[in-house]
Write a protein that binds this ligand. Structure first.
Ligand code: PEP
Ligand code: MN
Length: 349
């Protein structure tokens, strides 16, 4: 942190600022130029709100030069993190596709969808059993029954499973069935949930909050990492802006930004990001081209009758088509992507 003093700052004012910085644990490097004094605060000091320094008499400006998150920062692990769900590795050379219904509804729907996404090359099944719905009158999910269906379908297809946990009280149950626990957009700043998830050993899929900045998102990841769980995958799922043609505004620029700021893998959710089935494939293609480590896509065998998010769910043939397109795009940027895992195992690179 650098504190730039006003030109007319007095020696006494400078001494007061230095005193504050020392009390906060910083080493202070003073540079007195011909016009003004600049104080460099380094070392292990910490200030929650740099505003407390900015309002001191004689201070012109406080400039933060290091990020407020540490464990999530790229500097902490320059080589990048690979999050492993068994043999499925997110953040490595391969682009990982997660697909499945928004919610588990019936055995038939879950099993048919799991078979379809597996055939097309997905590695992880998605599906909610606890649903964060805007209205309390909307379908809330099947709870444990839904988790049982999802787990059996994932086992049958040799897929990993990710499912959402909305509350601290649900962690133990969801952890029993899923290979990865999803924190939904609405819970990105549920700090007590994040802290508890820091104690689990399962990878966490941390979705970006509806109105969260990238810095806030990385600070949320910091809660989980700080709790002792190193396996966090970030998910850009669109943010709320003044644009209302699409359900959210999918911020694909977050991909290169996060890649620079953090070592954590980042995947993209073009389903919630657009809210419209016809916009999912173009944004999925763009996300892979922009360097996403994976995608999470809603697929439903009968989306017009889906109990949640039907409008943004692909039918299996559309998902097949998208996977075929991704198999062209991924190698073009030096990434692998699964090639028809059932029929022909191998990687296109
Ligand atoms: C979901 O994945 O179905 C979901 C509710 O996502 P989000 O938290 O991004 O809205
Ligand atoms: Mn959904």
């Amino acid at each position: 942190m650098v504190i730039v003093m006003e030109q007319k700052a007095t020696e006494a004012q400078i001494e007061v600022v230095i005193g504050h910085l020392v009390r906060l644990g910083f080493d202070v490097h003073r540079s007195t130029g011909s016009e003004r004094t600049v104080l460099g605060a380094v070392g292990s000091g910490h200030v929650d709100d740099p505003g407390v320094l900015a309002v001191l008499e004689g201070v012109h400006e406080v400039v933060r030069i290091s990020e407020p998150y540490k464990l999530a920062s790229r500097a902490f692990k320059p080589g990048g993190t690979v999050v492993a769900l068994g043999e499925v590795r997110i953040g490595g050379d391969e682009v990982i596709v997660i697909a499945g219904p928004c919610s588990a509804e019936t055995e038939e729907q879950v099993f048919q969808t799991a078979a379809a996404v597996k055939r097309a090359g997905a590695k992880i099944l998605r599906g909610g059993a606890f649903k964060p719905r805007s209205s309390p009158y909307s379908f809330q999910g099947l709870g444990e029954k839904g988790l049982q269906m999802l787990r059996s379908a994932a086992n049958e297809q040799n897929l990993k499973l990710v499912s959402e946990v909305m509350d601290v009280a649900q962690i133990e149950l969801v952890d029993r069935y899923a290979d990865m626990l999803q924190v939904g957009a609405r819970n990105m700043q549920n700090f007590s949930l994040l802290r508890e998830l820091g104690k689990t050993r399962k990878p966490i899929l941390l979705k970006r909050g509806i109105s969260a900045t990238i810095e806030e998102w990385l600070l949320s990841a910091e809660y989980i990492l700080g709790g002792g769980n190193p396996d966090v995958v970030l998910c850009e799922r669109g943010i709320r802006t003044f644009e209302n043609y699409t359900r959210n505004t999918l911020d694909l620029c977050a991909i290169p930004v996060v890649k620079k700021l953090s070592h954590l893998p980042i995947i993209v959710d073009p389903s919630h990001g657009t809210g419209r089935r016809d916009k999912v494939a173009p944004m999925a293609r763009a996300a892979v081209a922009a360097g996403a480590d994976g995608l999470i896509i809603e697929v439903h065998t009968d989306p017009d009758r889906a109990l949640s998010d039907g409008a943004q769910s692909l039918i299996p043939s559309q998902f097949d088509q998208l996977m075929a397109e991704l198999r062209i795009i991924a190698p073009a940027i030096g990434r692998g992507i699964c090639v028809e895992p059932v029929a022909r195992r191998g990687w296109a690179v």
